[in-house]
Design a protein around this ligand. Structure first.
Ligand code: SAH
Length: 416
């Protein structure tokens, strides 16, 4: 099954792994006291030695969770078409960078590049390059294998990239640890199940006011972690809780906010668009922090470093952090976005072209996973950042000769 869309906590599993991360955290907590959930999450996921993503990052069927691009090639193909349709609507600029944040196994980029190749006649005069932002050395190796067949150059001298190569379809690919290292320029950004992996702060309303949830060592049980509340307000409670907040429990992901600010500034300055797809809400949910191991819910405090930790993305926060530098669209449900992108027609073509029953069953099954409201159809959302002039003609007095084309996915796809 895919990662579930709601429900926190879950049955505690027996601690696994070699326990190195837990020992490291326990030492740290004993020496300097409780840490924020954000710090705990950052250590558990991306600690350079023992972090979950650093060591393996189990995306895929044999891993801990499965994502839409791993379920069906159609998903990535439709996203590839989204970029082409936006590129056309924006007047076919002569060059663009495709920048993916957290590419996992590289499957989504692979599917997008296949579409770019199939539509080579449309893109023929456009200079395309791919830029992957990935902190995990292990996953960047898997991506390099998938996209280039392993032919990569580590630490190229002339770039900020830590690795570069050429895709099987002949497009240059670069790897970075941070979005700030990606060269400026007209760019299409993609973040699929990326923001949900970034560290969150958690806050609880109490009789004495807002308190931050912290992670501490349990004094009664050796090497067991537990949640505690900060005895007083923390800097984060002051900065992140709005006075009009009505919920009793709130999660905030400042790192997501910083990245969206960067994306919005870059799009405002150099042009392009960003497509964000993730499970999430519009500022309404409370406790969504959860862990996954081996496709099952996993206690977030048990055996850190051996399970994926994740929290729903707050799209209202992302919209706020774009700070009006770009327009935003969505969130719109995955099933509506994919329907608008023409998934039904694509499915029909693939079904007609497939001779054997097993392939047809597989196609129908993966369509159901992506589209069924009870599976991934409703809880995954699409959200976009676009230059203002893409949605509203810059000079309203000067009536445009032709109206601006609608943005595909958020409206029905019209390819001319
Ligand atoms: N987009 C992929 C993978 C999602 S898993 C898919 O949908 O299948 C999250 C990805 O983000 C992994 O590749 C992980 O290594 C990467 N990641 C996590 N934290 C990151 C960070 N702070 N900076 C860059 N990449 C990060």
């Amino acid at each position: 099954a895919a990662r579930l869309c709601s429900g926190a906590g879950g049955a505690a599993e027996a601690a696994g792994g070699d326990g190195a991360m837990l020992r490291h955290l326990a030492r740290k907590l004993r020496a300097s006291g409780p840490v924020t959930v954000a710090e705990y999450m950052r250590e558990a996921l991306t600690n350079p030695g023992q972090g979950y993503y650093t060591r393996r990052g189990g995306v895929g069927e044999s891993g801990d969770f499965i994502t839409s691009p791993e379920i069906s090639q159609v998903f990535g193909e439709l996203i590839g078409i989204w970029y082409i349709s936006e590129w056309m609507a924006m007047g076919k600029p002569s060059t663009f960078q495709l920048v993916e944040l957290g590419p996992g196994r590289g499957t989504l980029t692979e599917d997008i590049l296949r579409v770019f190749k199939q539509l080579a006649s449309v893109l023929s005069k456009c200079d395309v390059s791919v830029h992957l932002v990935e902190v995990s050395p292990k996953l960047s190796e898997i991506q390099a294998m998938m996209l280039t067949g392993g032919k990569v150059q580590p630490n190229p001298e002339d770039e900020l990239a830590y690795m570069k190569g050429i895709s099987k379809t002949g497009i240059p690919i670069f790897w970075y640890r941070d979005i700030q290292d990606v060269p400026p320029g007209y760019s299409f950004y993609l973040a699929h199940e990326f923001f949900d992996a970034l560290p969150i702060h958690k806050f609880q309303r109490t009789e004495k006011g807002w308190r931050e949830v912290l992670v501490d060592i349990d004094p009664e049980v050796p090497d067991q972690l537990r949640f505690v509340l900060s005895p007083s307000r923390t800097p984060a409670t002051q900065n992140f809780i709005q006075p009009e907040e009505a919920r009793d429990h709130v999660e905030v992901c400042p790192e997501a906010g910083v990245i969206v600010q960067r994306l919005a500034s870059r799009i405002e300055k150099d042009g392009g668009a960003a497509l964000v797809a993730d499970y999430g809400h519009d500022g309404t949910k409370t406790d969504t922090f959860r862990g996954f191991r081996n496709h099952k819910l996993h206690d977030v405090l048990s055996a850190p470093g051996t399970a994926d930790l994740t929290a729903d993305v707050d799209f209202s926060y992302l919209r706020k952090m774009a700070q009006g530098k770009t327009a935003t669209l969505g969130p719109i449900k995955q099933r509506e976005f994919l329907k608008n992108m023409g998934i039904d027609l694509r499915l029909q073509v693939l079904l007609q072209n497939s001779g054997d029953t097993a392939t047809r069953e597989q196609l129908l099954h993966s369509y159901d996973m992506l589209m069924n409201p009870e599976k991934m159809g409703d809880c995954f959302n699409f959200f976009a950042l676009l230059p203002h002039h893409r949605l509203v003609h810059p000079d309203k007095k000067d009536k445009p000769k032709s109206p601006l084309p609608p943005v595909a996915g958020f409206n029905e796809l019209l390819l001319k």
